[in-house]
Design a protein around this ligand. Structure first.
Ligand code: BGC
Ligand code: CA
Length: 339
């Protein structure tokens, strides 16, 4: 109780200072990723991919809890029916995980397993669309000798399309950031090694994408920014906020002109993703990694791997959608005949 009062007081003081500010929210983990804001409970979820950990950060109290799954995990998104029922990518499977005080994540269920032709690939990033469909992609194996290319697939998963889910874009290398615009008629998507953000026209009713266009290209900004585009979110003005892995920053990009509008530096080279949250959706939560750093780099970047909060950006985000696949962990209506 005492800790939470101090936390809330510090946070209130921090928010009173004008202009953008970057604050470290958590201790570093190996590879924080896939921040997800639960508007119903004011909770930030994020994952520590290679350790199989899902974290819960309570915005009001600053309390952090975690659970560990057996494998590599990303993303973890609350369900529409029950915020404690998370839908997560685990290796090449999509799983349901029940996480509340009665059920400390012991209840899990595999919903589907994808990409059997690429056994070393794994899920990497995903989000729900307005209808609660899950858009989730994989990446090829990335080891000491680099990435196995062309082994990623970007899927759309619904109750009617579980096994296998629909393939939306393939092949890709590292399926990464995605975001829908405010009018919900465009989808922005990143395949990290391409260095580009691409835009598709989006048909919400059918869940279809078409008319691919390059919205932003790192090659147009050589000497100004470095690294590769990774996770991404969007604000209420339809500007994209893109994490730069290897670039130590989150950038703000005009989604229609491709103009680079702002560079927000982070004290970590490998910035993995960004997501709006807080009760007013005006805090940009940013995840980072220390996974690929040398021992020397880890010493130079002691905060690498932490989650940061950036405030004072003079804009706010659009609420995230929840996944609408299962009503409960035992719901047999969705895909159960194929499990
Ligand atoms: C993945 C990492 C990968 C990085 C490259 C991240 O989203 O989780 O495994 O190295 O993207 O940009
Ligand atoms: Ca990512």
């Amino acid at each position: 109780m005492k800790t939470s009062i101090i936390f809330v007081t510090i946070w209130a003081l921090v928010r009173a200072v004008p202009g953008p500010g970057v604050y470290q929210l958590t201790d570093p983990v190996d590879h924080s990723e896939s921040p997800t804001w639960d508007t119903r409970n004011n909770i930030l979820y994020f994952v520590n991919i290679h350790e199989g950990e899902i974290y819960k950060y309570d915005y009001e109290t600053g309390q952090i809890d975690s659970i560990k799954l057996d494998g590599e995990v990303a993303p973890a998104i609350p369900s529409k029916a029950d915020p404690n029922l998370l839908i997560a990518g685990l290796n090449r499977s999509v799983v349901a995980v029940e996480w509340n005080s009665e059920s400390p994540a012991t209840d899990r269920r595999i919903l589907t397993t994808v990409s059997t032709e690429f056994p070393t690939s794994r899920f990497n990033d995903g989000k729900a669309d307005k209808e609660g469909r899950l858009w989730i992609g994989t990446m090829g194996y990335e080891g000491p000798n680099g990435l196995t290319p062309d082994e990623g697939v970007f899927y759309e998963m619904t109750c009617d399309n579980f096994d296998p889910p629909l393939i939306k874009i393939a092949p890709v290398n590292i399926s990464n950031g995605l975001a829908w615009n405010k009018a919900n008629d465009k989808l922005y998507y990143i395949d990290t090694p391409t260095g580009q953000v691409v835009e598709y026209s989006y048909n919400n009713e059918k869940g279809e994408i078409s008319d691919r266009r390059v919205a932003f290209d790192m090659n147009d900004h050589i000497g100004v920014i470095t690294g590769s585009p990774d996770g991404m979110t969007i604000d209420e003005d339809d500007n994209l906020w893109v994490a730069l892995y290897g670039g130590g920053a989150v950038i703000k990009v005009d989604s229609s002109s491709g103009d680079l509008l702002q560079v927000v530096a982070l004290p970590a080279e490998d910035v993995t993703s960004a997501m709006w949250g807080g009760p007013d959706l005006d805090v940009l939560f940013v995840t980072t990694s220390r996974y690929s750093l040398t021992e020397e780099e880890k010493q130079q970047q002691p905060a690498a791997g932490a989650v940061f909060a950036v405030i004072g950006l003079d804009t706010k985000g659009l609420p995230m959608y929840d996944v609408d696949l299962l009503q409960s962990i035992n719901d047999q209506d969705c895909g159960s005949d194929k499990l």
